[in-house]
Design a protein around this ligand. Structure first.
Ligand code: IMP
Ligand code: MG
Length: 179
């Protein structure tokens, strides 16, 4: 048994569930409008983006296709490095498609700065980024984000897919973990 899972942490609500839902409604409405007459392929970056991606997909009114990718970036501690490896690749081609990468949070920007060119090589018709959260104060590389949920300060957050040591992904709100 993993005792660490039962450890208690102090978590303060930063973005309540209702605010997240309202923002996701807005993002989905914008995406639907921008893709009228077509369809979108959402690329969910595992694992953190799955809650956000599902909620978003349910609210988009044009046809939606879903695919999943998992990447690992090797860095020290809580910061990612530019060394990004695909752990689980997409199942299908994205050639000629309108693709939206769905991310939980953009921190340094290193992950997306490596992933975007990798996917661009596969010749999608368009490739855009939708993120639930962004921490611009931590940015090391510029990322062109088309759909942005919340801009947050430089604090470590959990919930709605985001984890601390694989925990707290299932919290229905975004909370700040006090360590
Ligand atoms: P980036 O490459 O530095 O932009 O890192 C992005 C990834 O780091 C996210 O997809 C998350 O998996 C993780 N991450 C960054 N900040 C946080 C946080 O505050 N809580 C949990 N995970 C985070
Ligand atoms: Mg992530």
């Amino acid at each position: 048994m993993n005792e660490k899972v039962l450890e208690k942490h102090d978590i303060r609500v930063m973005i309540p569930e209702e605010d997240l839902q309202e923002k996701i409604n807005e993002l989905a409405a914008q995406i639907s409008k921008d893709h009228e007459g077509g369809y979108v392929k959402l690329i969910c970056i595992l694992k953190g983006s799955i809650f956000f991606c599902c909620e978003l997909a349910k609210r988009i009114t044009v046809p939606v296709m879903l695919d999943f990718i998992q990447v690992s970036s090797y860095g020290s501690g809580t910061s990612s490095s530019g060394n990004v490896k695909i752990k689980k690749d997409l199942d299908e081609s994205i050639e000629g498609e309108d693709v939206i990468i769905v991310e939980d949070i953009i921190d340094s920007g290193n992950t997306l700065s490596k992933l975007v060119p990798m996917l661009q090589e596969r010749n999608p018709k368009s490739l855009k980024i939708c993120t639930m959260l962004s921490k611009p104060d931590r940015r090391e590389v510029d990322i062109d984000v088309k759909y942005n949920g919340f801009v947050i300060p430089d604090e470590f957050v959990v919930g709605f897919g985001l984890d601390y040591d694989q925990r707290y992904r299932n919290l229905p709100y975004i909370g700040v973990l006090k360590l």
